[in-house]
Ligand binder design. Structure first.
Ligand SMILES: [Zn+2]
Length: 290
């Protein structure tokens, strides 16, 4: 069962190539990112503070609101911190109060897939993930992010995870997966300059083929072999809600839903229901993706 799952995920890896980003949807508890091995291109930056390190001793780099720890090389760690600073600024543009209120976010960079699995709690499949956020709000970054992503790919992965952290989405059980992942994806991609079609190529292909989603993806869509599609559908639905109701109403909905408030959808969107928006959503997707 587990080995089968690993093979399925391996077949799904890859995907978004526009602007050099390679990113698929996440796996597991609503907080993981999976990525393909596109080479990185960013330059390193000097952190605002650093601690000396001996071989095998984790380095610690800090910047405003961020602390990055890891036993990888100092240049690699500095690069992660640099991209995390950009990612944090992206998240702050959408969630300024939440970013300001959250203090310092801790990021742990794993040296290899085995350490990545341990930091995440020993989940065997984790070597195929890029990053995840623990229930206590620590962002765990896998080796793929360090060595296999472009600068923009790193920023998207980090912004996705930072969104989970500042909205405290991994600390609560029972939240709808499309809300958790869709809000993180929308926040992360909002400042990349990528179109919805570029950010969601599988969704775009589905719509072009006449397979138009009727609403947000069910929680069950985020397990099994269709995670990538589910993440893009969640992203697409969030884009639809922002387009139809505006950013403020969408932010209100995400905050309420992330806090587990029942009725957040209807309260935020004038009594609307996903079922009642089916035709409007289909029209939005065709307009945006065809
Ligand atoms: Zn996530």
């Amino acid at each position: 069962m587990r080995a089968t799952g690993r093979r399925q995920r391996a077949r799904q890896r890859v995907v978004l190539t526009t602007a050099g980003v390679a990113l698929t949807g996440a796996l597991l508890s609503g907080c993981d990112q999976q990525a393909s091995p596109t080479r990185g291109t960013s330059t390193d930056t000097t952190p605002s503070a650093a601690t000396p390190s001996a071989p095998g001793v984790p380095s610690v780099l800090r910047a405003t609101g961020l602390q990055v720890t890891g036993s990888v090389g100092r240049p690699e760690l500095a690069r992660v911190l640099s991209e995390a600073q950009t990612a944090r600024s992206w998240v702050a543009r959408t969630w300024p109060r939440q970013v300001a209120a959250d203090g310092t976010v801790r990021l742990q960079v794993a040296a290899d897939s085995a350490q990545f699995a341990r930091l995440r709690g020993g989940v065997p499949e984790s070597d195929e993930l890029a990053a995840s956020t623990t229930a206590s709000g620590v962002v765990v970054i896998g080796p793929t992010v360090v060595s296999g992503l472009t600068a923009q790919g790193q920023r998207v992965v980090l912004a996705h995870e930072l969104t989970h952290v500042v909205l405290h989405q991994t600390a609560r059980a029972g939240l709808s997966r499309w809300v958790v992942e869709g809000s993180a994806e929308y926040t992360a991609y909002r400042w990349t300059g990528l179109s919805l079609a570029a950010a969601c190529p599988t969704l775009a292909n589905d719509v072009r083929a006449g397979r138009v989603p009727t609403g947000p993806p069910a929680d069950t869509s985020f397990s099994g072999g269709q995670q990538q599609r589910a993440y893009q559908q969640a992203h697409g639905y969030m884009s639809f809600l922002v387009s139809r109701y505006g950013l403020s109403a969408w932010q209100r909905f995400v905050l309420q839903a992330s806090a587990g408030r029942a009725g957040a959808f209807a309260d935020s969107f004038g009594g609307a229901t996903p079922a009642g928006l089916r035709s409007a959503y289909a029209a939005f997707l065709r307009h945006s993706l065809l």
